[in-house]
Design a protein around this ligand. Structure first.
Ligand SMILES: NC(=O)c1ccc[n+]([C@@H]2O[C@H](COP(=O)([O-])OP(=O)(O)OC[C@H]3O[C@@H](n4cnc5c(N)ncnc54)[C@H](OP(=O)(O)O)[C@@H]3O)[C@@H](O)[C@H]2O)c1
Length: 330
């Protein structure tokens, strides 16, 4: 039977304006970096996207190279859309990115105009979309002048291939150049995408205040530290977990005793709040007014369901925050 989205989906989610824009993002977005590639189960992937949409998740985050194989997450997502979401394009917010290694040769993996222009066409083709809602420069590549990359993004918007643009992982001085130029061109930086979790707080020093100052929304990736901030690794490395999979970006040696011990203590604190560690970790990121949304990954519908429950309690007592700081400093 054809998929019929839940009728009360928008009552189930909380939405927040992205920076100074008029665009509402769901507080929880779904990322397709892992678990949506050609090596993964297409049925599980399809069910997760449908379930996400049923819960009011309107935002799905892709990149040209997501898979593996690179490109296959876009192909699979395009197929899921075609088979299930005909007529729903205007209810979906779909992003993609270019800038990491994607195809061979000198133009397949940097932030040059050549790469971005070719990449967005490839991504549109793979997904079968007419446009992306958000298109990102995936990284500052260390060589390409920021002005060249930003001009390409501006032109992508003017060509109608993306509605909004964003930057990801730019060091703060380069981000500032980007924000200035985009502002002056009348195509402001809608959103900044960076890693942010209790285990990785580098953005707190400069990036978060800078993005807020320029009215850019902020979306946090790997808010669960790829699973380390969940109960996943409290009793060893489970089979099929990201750390156990050859294709996973979380390496076994990143599952350190120190991280697991902190997760154990945080898990106890979460339990006292009536939450799982995953729920508390997401709530902790979302409590900051400057955070528009978190992009979670999931390998099952059950995980996604759990993550969505974070929204039931985003408030922290001061003593809980102090206790979290103490644990993180151990
Ligand atoms: N801009 C960039 O450079 C960049 C970089 C990285 C990611 N991203 C974006 O951010 C998205 C999310 O990144 P991420 O996948 O690293 O996020 P994450 O949410 O930190 O980690 C997701 C993983 O955590 C585990 N997990 C999730 N929910 C769980 C739960 N309730 N209980 C137990 N385990 C749970 C699962 O691992 P198992 O597979 O072991 O079950 C899942 O695959 C990506 O898909 C991508 O869209 C962007």
């Amino acid at each position: 039977m054809a998929y019929q989205p839940s009728t009360d989906r928008y009552d189930r989610m909380q939405y927040k304006y992205c920076g100074n824009s008029g665009l509402l993002l769901p507080r929880i977005s779904l990322g397709l970096w892992h678990n949506f590639g050609s090596v993964d189960d297409f049925g599980v992937a399809t069910d997760m996207v449908k379930y996400a949409f049923d819960q009011g998740i309107t935002h799905f985050d892709l990149a040209n190279n997501y898979g593996p194989a690179p490109g296959s997450a876009e192909i699979n997502f395009g197929k899921i859309l075609k088979e299930n979401f005909q007529g729903y394009r205007d209810e979906l917010l779909i992003s993609s990115k270019a800038g990491h290694e994607m195809w061979s040769g000198p133009y397949g993996g940097n932030s040059s105009r050549k790469n971005l222009m070719a990449s967005i066409d490839q991504s549109l083709h793979r997904t079968g979309l007419d446009y992306f809602d958000i298109f990102y420069s995936h990284r500052y590549d260390g060589v390409t002048p920021v002005e060249e990359t930003m001009q390409a993004l501006i032109d992508i918007v003017r060509q109608g291939k993306a509605l909004y643009i964003g930057i990801s992982k730019y060091p703060s001085p380069k981000a500032e150049v980007a924000y200035e130029m985009l502002h002056d061109a009348g195509v402001p930086c809608l959103i900044s995408q960076y890693r942010y979790s209790m285990f990785d707080r580098a953005v707190e020093a400069e990036i978060l205040p800078l993005a807020a100052r320029y009215g850019s929304g902020f979306i946090a990736f790997s808010p669960l530290a790829q699973g380390l901030l969940t109960d996943r690794y409290l009793h060893g490395i489970p089979e099929h977990s990201r750390a156990a999979r050859a294709t996973g970006f979380l390496k076994i040696d990143q599952v350190t005793e120190e991280k697991v011990e902190k997760a154990r203590l945080l898990n106890e604190l979460a339990a006292r709040r009536g939450q799982t560690l995953a729920e508390m970790a997401l709530a902790w990121v979302l409590k900051d007014e400057r955070i528009t949304s978190v992009i979670v990954g999931a390998s099952s519908q059950k995980q996604l369901a759990n993550n969505l429950r974070a929204l039931d309690n985003l408030a922290f007592a001061n003593e809980e925050l102090v206790e979290i700081e103490r644990i993180l400093r151990l």
